[in-house]
Design a protein around this ligand. Structure first.
Ligand code: B3K
Ligand code: ZN
Length: 868
């Protein structure tokens, strides 16, 4: 590596020396030589002699000040230093860029022949020299010039104000965005698309034109995205009283994209995975994902765009809050319990794992080398949990008052997390001083609860202890303010009122010290406590439940989430004890009472089928791994597989009955229909492990009328290693090989193939006509799924899995460091494996570290992992 990358620290924030109030951009588009002319209105804010502009991978053509040529500047490795500027001036910079050569997909690049941009976090500096930081807000005017036939659609932020034809087959369009914005929200798209059009009238009467741009021929796959957008616009008006603020809202779907989507003002750019769906090509999970991501990007218009972040350390200000909003949107439209279950799975699985890894960081990080490395589960998902805790502590009404005050104070500006918490505090009168520690302390708190019933005094006490284990970057931890929601049940399953010190109290206990005792009065018999209701805080709960208590909660807890959670705790107990048994060479034993508890859930017709499907799902390998300091890959995998088989055999008749009785003749996206399909397909995933498996799976594949059922059959064949797997796989590939997005599901099955020979098949699969190392979706589907969801093959003691991954990472380091850096994450957990595996992983990390051109994205993670 040329130079050791430098870290930036949150504490070093300084406001900018200059600001840019207006920028006029002209793009003369060309695949390899696009000319960008940027005319900025510049104002000096601080005493200084020079202006440092950010810039990367640019060829500078000209600098002018107030229309005159300017030569008093220095070209730096990471930008341009312009000297002796007047205090106010028009600065014009002409640069040339090469979109075709841009495989990092950051800045202006080509996706299948269409021009598109990605500027967050620091990609605008690959378009022109600029103050590429979120606290410089300018009004943008953008003119795009391109060949008319090849690029009939020329798009940018705001409203289209002018356009026309030019000589030699070119045309031009001018866009103006009236809302000042930071450079990361800039977007440009040019291409030849099919357009789905609709409209929406906001509650105050503004007519908004809605347009979704998709590749030619994909129009029949854009309807669900449009419906989701309209639902999101309506929901934000109803729940948050927030309206859209431009006359047009555009979404463009592209195939080459590093992440999910991007909330550019008025012109969202989306990974086509989160736009395109019809029943033949997308599963129910895909549909729900589209709804969530369309909602998320739309909600950013207020939480992110109207109020943006002062600096990138504040990222969770917009991301945690917007994730909270999209989770609420999905919960209000669909099943709240199922949404909560899935969100909690992410926290308890990969987020807890991240918090225990060398990349552990607070939701508001203190130190960053490459900002793109901090679009993490911690900033997003844990960030959302922190907002949810504020919501729990304040209640909906106060929370909404806080939101209004936040917008009143900060609309049109760049704010901090502190600004948000202050607005919540001031609007509600609820003190959040101690609570703020969630923003600066990393790691997962452990909450240990013990209970004691005293018949004589009719009291029941909960003794609560909390501690947060040290993380790599933060050794000292303090007790947090944890909202611990609880309920107590009597033996009939009725709620016991909570009385503390003679007063009725709410069910949210404020845990603030490392040790606290809550003694509830007037308790006639020993109650069963339901703890951490709805996962009221992102902590690991420890409480010694008996099997009977968990079985009781699975039936009697009022809240579906609590019932699901009790089932998970029951399984967890036996997964842990059986891992020990396997390590001691004993057989796996699943107690009959556990099987019966699951039969009870499966056969309870009062329950929502969507909920039953979740309740019948075993914790993932990754979640279970998180319970251990040292992960025994083979033992955990063996226990989980054996549980699955044993449940399948013992519940066989009931599974089969539910499977056949929940068949549906028509396909609909009603939540009840989605739930029924989920339950039926969950049954199939078990039945695949029985004698009937082959027959049922083949039949379902043959008769499927939608992708949800097709994929369920294929997944079942894959994980149960049925002999029909090969045939189904080749049939599918024959049918869909022309469509990369649909093939991603197939690549993922190859990646997660539990077969011993999986890796050699994966290597062959890379030659498949639909695969390309240049496309992030393809890489993630095949290689990402192998590294994250094929534990036995990836962690093979031969080291072959690690070597394969290492090779891919080295290749991607050169072409697309952002994708490489994300893919690297499983290697960061090396300390969780035995010495032999640790050594093998370390070899791969060292070989990355020794690369002469190691990107700073990878440098940051590799050095942290090796420091540990
Ligand atoms: N804000 C973008 C993510 C940008 C990631 C940059 N590496 C999408 C989102 O969170 O909505
Ligand atoms: Zn976001």
């Amino acid at each position: 590596m040329a130079q050791t990358p430098q870290a930036k620290y949150r504490k070093d924030y300084q406001s900018p020396s200059h600001t840019i109030t207006d920028i006029d951009l002209t793009f003369e588009l060309n695949e390899t030589q696009t000319v960008v002319t940027a005319k900025s209105k510049l104002t000096q804010l601080k005493e200084t002699t020079s202006l440092k502009l950010d810039g990367e991978a640019l060829t500078l053509k000209q600098v002018c000040v107030d229309g005159e040529n300017w030569s008093n500047y220095e070209l730096l490795e990471d930008g341009l230093l312009v000297h002796s500027l007047p205090k106010q001036c028009d600065l014009t910079i002409v640069t040339e860029i090469n979109p075709q050569g841009n495989s990092a997909l950051e800045g202006l690049y080509l996706s299948d022949g269409a021009f598109c941009t990605q500027c967050e976090a620091e990609g605008f500096r690959r378009i022109t020299y600029f103050l590429d930081r979120p606290d410089v807000l300018a009004k943008y005017t953008t003119t795009i010039v391109a060949d008319k036939k090849q690029f009939p659609s020329l798009l940018s932020n705001g409203n289209r104000i002018d356009g026309g034809a030019l000589e030699d087959g070119k045309h031009w369009v001018k866009w103006q965005d009236p809302h000042p914005k930071p450079s990361y929200l800039f977007a440009l798209v040019a291409g030849d698309f099919d357009i789905l059009e609709d409209s929406y009238q906001t509650k105050s009467g503004r007519d908004v034109q809605l347009e979704i741009y998709v590749d030619k021929g994909n129009l029949d796959r854009a309807n669900h995205a449009m419906l989701s957008l309209i639902n999101a616009m309506k929901w934000d008006e109803e729940r948050f009283d927030l309206e859209y603020d431009l006359d047009i809202y555009m979404i463009v779907a592209v195939d080459f994209f590093n992440m999910g989507a991007m909330e550019n003002k008025g012109l969202n750019v989306f990974n086509s995975k989160f736009v395109l769906a019809n029943e033949k090509t997308a599963t129910d999970t895909d549909y729900l994902g589209i709804e969530a991501v369309i909602g998320h990007e739309y909600f950013h218009n207020w939480t992110g765009n109207r109020v943006t972040c002062r600096d990138w350390f504040q990222l969770s200000l917009k991301e945690g809050l917007t994730v909270f909003r999209d989770q609420e949107f999905s919960s209000d439209l669909g099943s709240r319990a199922v949404n909560r279950i899935n969100n909690v799975r992410i926290i308890r699985g990969p987020q807890f794992a991240e918090d225990a890894s060398p990349m552990s960081h607070p939701i508001r990080p203190d130190k960053v080398i490459e900002m793109n490395n901090f679009y993490t589960l911690t900033v997003y998902e844990k960030g959302s949990e922190v907002i949810r805790m504020i919501h729990t502590l304040l209640g909906e009404a106060n929370f909404q008052k806080g939101m209004s005050l936040y917008f009143e104070r900060h609309d049109g500006t760049a704010a901090t997390c502190e600004d948000f918490v202050s607005a919540m505090e001031d609007a509600s009168g609820i003190y959040l001083k101690h609570f703020r520690l969630w923003y600066s302390q990393s790691g997962t708190p452990v909450v240990k609860v013990k209970s004691h019933f005293d018949a004589e005094s009719s009291t029941f006490s909960l003794e609560v202890e909390q501690y947060t284990p040290a993380t790599q970057e933060q050794s000292e931890k303090q007790p947090l303010h944890i909202p611990l929601a609880i309920e107590l049940y009597d033996s009939e399953g009725s709620l016991v009122p909570l009385v503390l010190g003679g007063e009725k109290v709410s069910n949210v206990l404020n845990v603030t010290d490392s040790h606290q005792v809550f003694t509830f009065e007037n308790i006639a018999e020993e109650p069963t406590p339901s703890l951490l209701l709805d996962f009221s805080a992102p902590v690991r709960l420890e409480y010694e439940y008996t099997d009977e208590e968990l079985g009781f909660l699975m039936v009697h807890a009022r809240n579906e989430f609590a019932r699901w959670d009790a089932g998970q705790m029951l399984l967890a107990k036996y997964i842990k004890s059986n891992v020990e048994r396997v390590q001691a060479n004993q057989e796996v034993e699943l107690p009959p009472a556990v099987v019966e508890a699951y039969r009870g859930v499966l056969l309870n017709e009062d329950l929502d089928p969507a909920f039953v499907a979740e309740a019948m799902t075993l914790p993932s390998f990754n979640e279970v791994s998180g319970w251990y300091d040292l992960v025994d890959v083979d033992a955990i995998d063996f226990v989980l597989t054996t549980f699955k088989k044993q449940l399948a055999i013992q519940l066989h008749d009931d599974l089969e009955r539910v499977y056949s009785s929940s068949a549906q003749s028509d396909y609909s996206l009603e939540h009840s229909a989605i739930g029924k399909r989920a339950l039926r397909n969950r049954c199939l995933s078990y039945l695949a492990h029985t004698d009937k498996g082959f027959e049922l799976v083949e039949q379902q594949y043959k008769n499927a009328t939608n992708m949800t059922d097709t994929m369920a059959a294929m997944q079942a064949a894959n994980s149960a290693q049925l002999s029909c797997r090969e045939h189904l796989m080749s049939d599918y590939s024959q049918k869909w090989k022309h469509d990369g997005l649909v093939m991603d599901k197939w690549f993922q099955l190859q990646g997660t193939n539990p077969d011993k020979e999986a890796l050699s098949v994966i290597k062959e699969t890379m030659a498949h006509e639909a695969f390309s190392m240049k496309n992030p979706n393809r890489v993630r589907s095949l290689v990402g799924s192998f590294m994250n969801m094929n534990p036995v093959a990836f962690h093979s003691k031969t080291g072959d899995g690690y070597k394969f991954a290492g090779g891919i990472l080295r290749e991607l380091n050169d072409s697309n460091p952002q994708v490489a850096s994300r893919l690297l994450d499983p290697f960061l957990k090396l300390k969780k494996y035995d010495q032999h595996r640790q050594k093998l992983i370390k070899d791969e990390l060292v070989s990355l570290k020794n690369m002469h051109n190691l990107a700073k994205d990878l440098y940051e993670k590799v050095t942290k992992a090796l420091e540990e």
